[in-house]
Write a protein that binds this ligand. Sequence first.
Ligand code: SAM
Length: 337
Amino acid sequence: MRALHDGHGRSVRYLRLSVTDRCNLRCLYCRSNARQRFIPHAQVLRYEEMARMVGIAAALGIGKVRLTGGEPFVRKGCDDFLVMLRQRFPGLDLRVTTNGTLLAPHIPLLRRIGINAVNLSLDTFDRATFARITGRDMLPAVLKALDGLLAAGIRVKINVVAMRGVNGGQMDDFVHAARNMPLDLRFIEFMPMGDGTLWSSEIFWAAGEVRAEAARRARLIPVKADAPGAEAESGPARMYRIEGGLGRLGFIAPLSNHFCLACNRLRLTSEGALRTCLFADREYRLRGLLRHPRMTDEALATVMRRACAGKPVGAELLRARRAGAAVAARQMVGIGG
Ligand code: SAM
C-alpha cells in the first residue's frame, strides 16, 4: 500500500491509540468544569478492532504506535493487548504513556515484550502537590514504578505539564531528577483543551521561560535536532543534555512555538474516531465502518489515506481562535494527549 502523506508534504508515521477514556486520576490540566461523561462500553473499540486498525496503519507506513488514554492500565486486558500487538507486529516501535499509578505489576511484561519506551506523566516529586494536581495521594506508587522501570532497563521519559503556581517553584527537583537518573524529563506547555478547561494565562508557563529557569541550575547542552534519530526519538521536544548528568531535559512548546510542520501523527480515540490534528475537532468515525461485515482493510486504508490528505496545520487553527478559548472541543482524557 502507498504510505500516508498529507497535503503539506508531511508523511504520517506515528499513531497515538487511546485504549480507554477512563482514568483513575483527575489531573487538573486534563479536567474541565464540565461534567465528564464516559463512553459507553459498547462504543469502545474491542482490542481486536484496535489491532486491526494498527495492522492497516502499519501497512500504510506507520512505524510507531503509542498506547494512551485515559489511563491504559485501567482497561482490563491491556497486557494481553500489548502482547498481541508485539506478536503481530514484531518490528513496531511500541510505546505506552501512563500515569504510573498502576504500572509496577506490569513492568515484567513490558520488559518481556521489549516495549520501546514508557512515558510517565509525573508533574511533581512532592506528595502534596501530586495530590493537588491529580486529586489522589498516589505519588509513592508512581515513584515505585519509576524505580522499577529504570531497574528493568526500560527507556523512560517523564512528562511534566508546566504550571505556574502549581509546580512552577519545583525546578530544583526536576533538574535533580534529570541529573541523577538516566531518563528524559520533558516539560509540556499547558494547553487549554476542552470547554471549561481550567487553563488560565496566570497558570500558563511558556517553554522558553521554563528553560531559562532550568538553565539557572545546570548547564544545558543542546542536542542537535539533526543528530541521527533525534526527531524520531524526541518528537516535538527540544532536548538538552545536562552537563555532568545522566539524563536530559526537554521542552515542548505547542502554544508558544508550535511544531506543526514536523507533525507526523494521527490519533485514534477509544471509540474509533480518527483525529488528524490535536487542535482540529474534525473526526473520522471509523467504528461503524470497522464493524460493517463487508468492510475490507483496503477500504479502511482508503478512508485513512483521505483523512490524512486533509490533515491541517494546527497552528493555523489556533490562530483562528480567539485568545483564551479552548484549543479543542474535546478534553485530553478523551483524546489521549
Ligand atoms: N493517563 C495517561 C497519562 O497520564 O500519561 C495517558 C493520558 S494523558 C491525557 C497523556 C498526556 O497528556 C500526559 O502526558 C499529560 O501530561 C498530557 N496532557 C493532558 N492534558 C494536557 C494539557 N491540557 N496540556 C498539556 N498536556 C496535557
